[in-house]
Design a binder for this molecule. Structure first.
Ligand SMILES: NC(=O)c1ccc[n+]([C@@H]2O[C@H](COP(=O)([O-])OP(=O)(O)OC[C@H]3O[C@@H](n4cnc5c(N)ncnc54)[C@H](O)[C@@H]3O)[C@@H](O)[C@H]2O)c1
Length: 384
């Protein structure tokens, strides 16, 4: 394969103007280990240039957001918009690959859209789907070393896409068709969601049964064929909390377990917020004064600054909505400022609170000295 990869394309005008400028200066706009030096070097050598509009290329990668709409239906309008922007530039022999997490059938829909507008290219393009699999924070390693699942709309598209990825991927490249590759990504994240739901369900049962769920899981996992995950305050992020809905939305009758797992994980967040409310009222009744409450963590998982779909953020919002003149300390050590929450230093919050609610097991929280004088609500196993 010769020629260039599709240039970086950005949509949201103001924000992306800044991103495009940043990248073209050899800088990056996100926190990602090792990426900075790599981008600096690549830009310097003239191999990478960012644009605000699509530029002619031989290979086009569509890696745009695929959020969900109200009623948890997938929104592929960004994929459609990006495809429409690429359409006029397509020429015989080009490769078009979607990497965005997408509902089953999206690649075929985009194929139809392309050939409807450009019928002369029928059979002359390579169209495939290859889901993104990287873990933020480890992107530079995983982009190269992870296995990839690659599915074309026909065999020659699959082969062409495999040839493209083989240029930089050292993991194995597994060939399939587009629909299977799309479903594969959704199933990977649904599998995690279902397994976490099991752990979260156990945490609810154990709370009623007076059993320490962390000890229970650790003991059960001593069995050679049992591997239960850890419970938490819900499930967040833009993948695991979202992708199962892409299956549920298209296959509502068949997704009893996947749909229920989503509900269990959502319910866990609601339950945590209710627990805080109950503990607050109990404190007031017993001690005759309003408690000071520390909410520890807003991110969707430990040691990151990402709040997307975060159950901790949801719980903090819900607790604040139920507030009745109590004093609250909201803590997120990975973020300096937040436009909604007034953030407090984690040590100050912990030292001064009567009720401490651990929502995210950030490393900083693990170093705090245990206290018998405080009410500790540990929803993420930070003290276990
Ligand atoms: N980030 C991850 O770790 C990760 C991992 C696996 C899968 N994914 C999937 O990859 C996709 C992208 O995720 P992300 O985290 O990079 O999203 P993001 O929101 O951070 O970035 C998407 C980019 O797409 C641009 N964009 C939006 N509409 C566009 C259009 N019409 N034309 C051109 N560009 C457009 C945005 O401006 C933005 O720069 C999603 O489907 C996500 O589920 C992401």
């Amino acid at each position: 394969m010769s020629g260039s990869i599709g240039p970086l394309l950005a949509a949201d005008e103001q924000f992306n103007h800044k991103i495009v400028e940043t990248i073209n200066q050899g800088e990056i706009h996100i926190i990602e280990p090792e990426l900075k030096d790599f981008v600096a070097d690549t830009v310097k050598k003239g191999f990478l240039k960012a644009y605000k509009t699509v530029q002619p290329a031989d290979v086009y990668l569509v890696v745009v957001p695929t959020p969900f709409k109200e009623k948890n239906e997938p929104d592929i309008s960004f994929v459609q918009a990006a495809t429409k922007a690429i359409l006029p530039l397509l020429k015989v022999g080009d490769t078009y690959i979607i990497e965005s997490t997408s509902p089953v059938g999206t690649t075929e829909k985009m194929r139809d859209l392309i050939f409807q507008e450009r019928p002369e290219l029928k059979g002359q393009l390579y169209i495939a789907y290859c889901p993104e699999r990287v873990l933020p924070g480890n992107v530079m390693y995983e982009l190269v070393h992870n296995d990839r699942v690659i599915g074309g709309i026909d065999e020659k598209s699959t082969d062409k896409a495999v040839a493209f990825y083989s240029k930089y991927v050292e993991g194995q490249l597994h060939k399939t068709n587009a629909r299977t590759a799309e479903m594969c990504k959704l199933v990977e994240n649904s599998s995690r969601d279902v397994q976490i739901a099991f752990a979260n369900e156990l945490s609810l049962i154990c709370d009623k049964a007076g059993i320490n769920v962390w000890e229970l899981i650790s003991l059960a996992n001593k069995h050679p064929r049992v591997n239960i995950l850890q419970p938490g305050c819900g499930v967040g992020g833009h993948c695991i909390a979202v992708d199962p809905y892409f299956i549920v939305s298209d296959y509502p009758m068949e997704t009893k377990i996947i749909g229920t797992a989503r509900n269990v994980n959502n319910y866990k967040s609601f339950w945590c917020a209710e627990k805080v409310q109950n503990e607050k009222l109990k404190f007031e009744l017993e001690r005759g004064r309003k408690p000071k409450i520390a909410i520890m963590g807003l991110a969707f998982k430990p040691n990151i600054d990402d709040l997307r779909e975060s159950p901790a953020k949801y719980i903090a919002q819900r607790v604040l909505q139920n507030s009745n003149n109590e004093e609250y300390y909201i803590v997120e050590p990975n973020i300096k400022d937040h436009k909604v929450f007034k953030l407090t230093d984690y040590k100050f919050a912990y030292d001064n609170a009567d009720i401490v609610v651990f929502l995210v097991a950030h490393n900083e929280f693990k170093e705090l000295n245990p206290s018998n004088e405080k009410v500790i609500l540990d929803f993420c196993g930070v003290s276990n």
